[in-house]
Design a protein around this ligand. Sequence first.
Ligand code: FAD
Length: 412
Amino acid sequence: MMRTNWSGHVAFAAERCENPRSEDELRRLVASTPRLHAVGTGHSFNDVADTDGVQVSLAEMPQRVEVDGEARIARISAGMRFGQAARQLNDGGWAVANLASLGHIGVAGTVATGTHGSGDRNATLSALVRGLRTLRADGSIEDVRDADLAGEVVGLGALGIVTEVDLVIEPAFEVGQYVFDGVSHEALLADFDVAFGSAYSVSVFTTWEPSLTGRAWLKRRLDTDGPWTATSFLDGTPALTNENPVPGADPANCTRQLGTPGPWHERLPHFRLDHTPSSGDELQTEYLVPRDQAVAGLRDLEALAPRIRELLLVCEIRTMAADDLWLSGASGRATVGLHFTWQRRPEVLDLLPALDEVLAPRGGRPHWGKLFSASAESVRQRYPRFDDFAALVGSKDPTGRFRNRMLDWLLS
Ligand SMILES: Cc1cc2nc3c(=O)[nH]c(=O)nc-3n(C[C@H](O)[C@H](O)[C@H](O)COP(=O)(O)OP(=O)(O)OC[C@H]3O[C@@H](n4cnc5c(N)ncnc54)[C@H](O)[C@@H]3O)c2cc1C
């Protein structure tokens, strides 16, 4: 039974975790439990997946990936890990457009928090959703499609328990991953759009050291971008061995680099599904900032650099296209993710208000699955459709069966 989140710093308050094995069992559980909340693989860094009632995991439900090639839709069991679903899709010759840095996370948990990868042309993974099958508080099952999805997908577990997720698919493709060391902060900020436009998916990592020099990871889609043929990237030079984005961490945990072509699901994530992702002993925070404010936001952050680097393992900068999902960090605007992987130290919590003070005026929205400090009112104001979301929650769960501490904080 899951008693803490993945990083181990959130002790779940739930009295127990139930693992139904069928939709009928799940329906009986919902009917007989006044307060419950879905948990995926517990990779969030806050208590978004917790409850003071009963947690429900779908990990023991039948795990299926059903492809409709003509409609280009895959129906995926919500409790599957994203990386396992991706592997099965690839075995059948299919792909989804993008993946997060790791495949260990659950399909429903991924889309419920607006999880994303990188790429100017790629929206969040939540934006891949074309349908959700959801068990509501009153025991009914609703299949939500297309136009009605905008309020439902990034649902934070508030609208019910999602049992199946339909994702848009495309034919499988190959990717080559190239890493460049010594990319300077100045070169990146001077040529931000060129840098992020140079591959299908680009991540820039920095530790905010005084030289502010970083590392760029380019994931080139071989059918559209072709391989990287230049000998440098901005002012960086090619890495000669495989790397881990977290300085000092084992590159064996990472997907293959050095330009070696490979299937999309083994190159788009940074971390291998069969290894520990990232450092494993960490906390995370991320702000989703409008693209046209990102360079200014990075400049503003320079004032916090000494405090940031004292607690940081690594910072990652990624881009994503706009989507129309009400609670997505990229809702209504092309977006840049400014992500911080922290050492697991309590002082991180003291830094969070300062980070919000810098990035909120730039339109930054905190990632729902990571640590942040802001007032609920201020977070609500960052989403133009927030009131519609609150009304949707009220209509789908009038007695607050799926509410938890975070939802009470956000919605009250
Ligand atoms: C090492 C590491 C790397 C990460 N990399 C990225 C990254 O590249 N990009 C990014 O954006 N994020 C990243 N994250 C954050 C992560 O993607 C999110 O926290 C995601 O929500 C985790 O999925 P999960 O299955 O663990 O969800 P959980 O943390 O278990 O739950 C998250 C939310 O999903 C809801 N939920 C889960 N299952 C269901 C269901 N069946 N029905 C309804 N609601 C449900 C829960 O109620 C909760 O509200 C990373 C996290 C870690 C630990």
